[in-house]
Design a protein around this ligand. Structure first.
Ligand code: AOF
Ligand code: ZN
Length: 370
């Protein structure tokens, strides 16, 4: 009787402790069990720092000999920023390794498990696979497809309006929904917005530790705070060094057709992309962002970008905050989808989760085909 799922569940608990900090690396947890006792535990905290297995092996010390290691992702076999975990497990004398899933990183892709097997270790994988997929949506999508995982945040009234005709839209964000957004921003690699939003609202687009809920603060101490990269679609070079987001901690990438010759503060980069349909080619941009190791993108922008991303098929998940208000016929729509005439052409989504956040509802949806 191995109790594999029990220990793997603990390994996932540990893996999730890294969910605000590991990007571009995956969230990985590891538990080492000997004679029915956990003798070592660890998780990956930050790229460049030791992998989960190394922390767990350090804690187990000599007790790792003859033990079983539970890892939420296949142990790596390559020399990256750190040496291979497969080698460390072999050197420690572990006799059995259970991995939740294989690592799709082409630098690993089965070689870690193979290496362990070759060393005479009993290897097992495919335990709690659904959990393994869910914990690394961004990393897995990037490794498998070369595209980042995209979450599109929308705020709507009960009748699906996003703002009054005037553009007034502050009503949507109940303090609880805003707090929820802070947490979801914090869990993403990058926040994508547009120059239209920057010019209209001059947002900071940062994670404010003080505004996170206390449960998140507990697992994410202030000193670990990481700012997701702010990526601004700015095809007409309208963002200036005076805008608020430019002066925030962390990086800002201005996605442009043509860089300007200005001196920008440290942390600001201009990236150039080809044009498509009067703006930036979003598909090319997403591929380039994945090449820059962006795993998961949180989109906070207006109806125009929302529509363009949806029409390009680039959205993996919708996060819709629905406020219990009616805005009526003059309110603006949630996303611009011009040319949609027939019901048969309407993109279909599947509800994955419905939750009440303060006075609002939060809906989480995935594309029907996904
Ligand atoms: C593991 N355990 O805890 C993690 C793994 O640059 P490095 O050395 O940090 O390597 C990063 C790659 O290693 C990453 O892309 C993924 O394939 C794997 N991550 N592997 O055995 C861990 N974080
Ligand atoms: Zn490793």
């Amino acid at each position: 009787m191995h109790n594999d799922e029990l220990y793997m569940a603990r390994a996932f608990e540990l893996a999730r402790l890294g969910r605000f900090t590991t990007t571009p690396n995956p969230n990985v947890g590891c538990v080492i069990v000997r004679d029915g006792h956990i003798v070592g535990e660890g998780y990956h905290l930050r790229a460049g720092e030791p992998h989960a297995e190394v922390h767990a092996l350090r804690m187990a010390g000599e007790q790792a000999r003859g033990a079983t290691a539970y890892v939420t992702l296949e142990p790596c076999s390559h020399h990256g920023r750190t040496p291979p975990c497969a080698d460390a497990l072999i050197a420690a004398g572990v006799s059995r390794v259970v991995a939740a899933m294989q690592d799709p990183n082409p630098q690993v892709a089965g070689r870690g498990l193979y290496k362990l097997q070759q060393a005479g270790i009993e290897v097992h994988h495919g335990v709690m696979l659904a959990e393994a997929e869910a914990v690394n949506l961004g990393f897995l999508k990037r490794m498998r497809t070369g595209f980042p995982y995209v979450q599109l945040k929308l705020g709507a009234s009960l009748d699906g309006r996003t703002a009054m005709e005037s553009g007034e839209s502050q009503w949507i964000t109940s303090p609880q929904a805003r707090q929820d957004v802070q947490r979801l921003r914090a869990a993403s690699s990058a926040i994508l917005s547009t120059s239209a939003t920057v010019l209209a609202d001059d947002p900071a687009l940062t994670v404010r530790w003080d505004e996170l809920d206390s449960a998140t603060q507990q697992i994410y101490p202030r000193e670990n705070l990481r700012q997701p990269v702010r990526i601004i679609l700015d095809s007409q070079n309208r963002v200036t060094p005076q805008h608020r987001l430019v002066q925030q901690p962390g990086a800002t990438w201005l996605a442009r057709l043509q860089p300007d010759g200005q001196q920008w503060p440290a942390g600001v980069e201009q990236l150039s992309f080809p044009a498509h349909g009067g703006g930036i080619d979003l598909v090319v941009m997403m591929m380039q962002l994945a090449k820059r190791q962006v795993n998961a993108i949180w989109v906070e922008a207006g109806a125009k970008l929302a529509g363009a991303l949806l029409q390009a098929g680039l959205v993996d998940e919708l996060i819709v905050y629905v406020a219990p208000k009616l805005l009526g016929d003059n309110g603006r729509g949630l996303c611009q989808l011009p040319g949609l005439e027939q019901l048969a052409d309407a993109p279909e989504w599947v509800f994955k989760e419905v939750r009440q956040v303060g006075p609002d509802l939060r809906l989480r949806l995935k594309a029907k085909s996904a």
